[in-house]
Unconditional design. Sequence first.
Lengths: 227, 227
Amino acid sequence: MTETAVTESTAAAGSKSEQAYAAVKAWIVDGTFTPGYRLVLAVIAKDLGFSVVPVREAIRRLEAEGLVKFERNVGATVAGIDPTEYLYTMQTLSIVEGAATALSAPLIGGADIARARAVNEEMRECLQHFDPVRFTQLNQDFHSVLFEHCPNPHILDLVHRGWNRLASLRSSTFRFVPGRAHDSVDEHEALLRLIETGASADNIEKAARRHRSATLDAYLAQAQPLP
Amino acid sequence: MTETAVTESTAAAGSKSEQAYAAVKAWIVDGTFTPGYRLVLAVIAKDLGFSVVPVREAIRRLEAEGLVKFERNVGATVAGIDPTEYLYTMQTLSIVEGAATALSAPLIGGADIARARAVNEEMRECLQHFDPVRFTQLNQDFHSVLFEHCPNPHILDLVHRGWNRLASLRSSTFRFVPGRAHDSVDEHEALLRLIETGASADNIEKAARRHRSATLDAYLAQAQPLP
DNA sequence: AAGTACGAAATCGTATACGATGACTATTGC
DNA sequence: GCAATAGTCATCGTATACGATTTCGTACTT
């Protein structure tokens, strides 16, 4: 799994507007365009070899997803995340990830567990030789394994949307709260145990929620300003 | 509160593309355009007095919200809800409404409770002289009262999105499962009691979830095909 | 020197035009 | 009579063009 935007259900890369959407989204999510970057329609259109109309459509779609801030007659910029927005997003993610995990749990087999555990162990290694970027990527991989059997695509979409929204805070776990990453790995293992042992959906959901909430709480506890 | 689309956070009715978005959305939500209705860009553009470009942008946004089905080089139609889609939407709503209720509960005051209770009593009257349309509207009003203090606008948006998505199934409660509406009113009262008495967030969330799930379950139990 | 007014440049917003694609229909061959 | 095919029509997709709005720099005034 490469470091690209999480694929949504809406595939169909045929039209130029869709290509532009995918391209700009990828640039935002992978960090090529950082928050505050000005997205001038004409420039992007020229870069992509398209005209402005499909590019504009793409940007507006990204605005609806919260990845872009659009001001009438002024222009578009890559959206940042202020503390309030961060709180909203994390809270929402906590809820939808909890639900996604609980719904997926009964469908997760032994092979999936093994795969997730392998990813998690690699995350533990990343803690040794301090590799935040890879850690973050593996973290997403871990949860992707859990969610890939999620029977409700709407909920899965909401999870992906949240992840993309947080993409501008790459390796935030490390940057904001030093000890948090270690706890995170342990929580992953605990979550796998719950799923393995066939714990109740309610317990699994609560554990998954807490896993996300804990990161938010750790941030709120030290009230460190976000970049 | 009139029977219009639930207002989203994205106001700004300035540009024609936004006007077109609001107009078509309203037509879909209030039932002027029923599922399957063909949305020909040129026709809508002419009706609104705009050109096709802003209309196209509006339609694409509605597609992203699931209200419109768009086929490349073919055209757009108002999206229907098949049983699978219904299940996904109701399941997701159950989760986000549960969360929204739990988050809102501590902020709901006595005046809000009284207002909600009045609405609920009026719903009960609607059951007497069989007024499904008004019943559905009041049902939305009831939940709007509960949610108006929701501290997380993202979650509130998801709730509104779900409601709009279900708009094509006007008065579905009556149509699908006769007894369901009575239960619904009772569940509302029970929910108000829980909030009044300061029940735990977990209990309130569970009750709110069940309230939505029950409608889904009732439908699934009789497996009546959706229109 | 600071503030204001004016004008130019940048950028967006949308109308129009035309090419591309798929759907529909009539015709032809069997 | 039916099926395949060609041609026409409807509709979308996007390029281009131009008007509208905002921003920024500059000159002027007090």
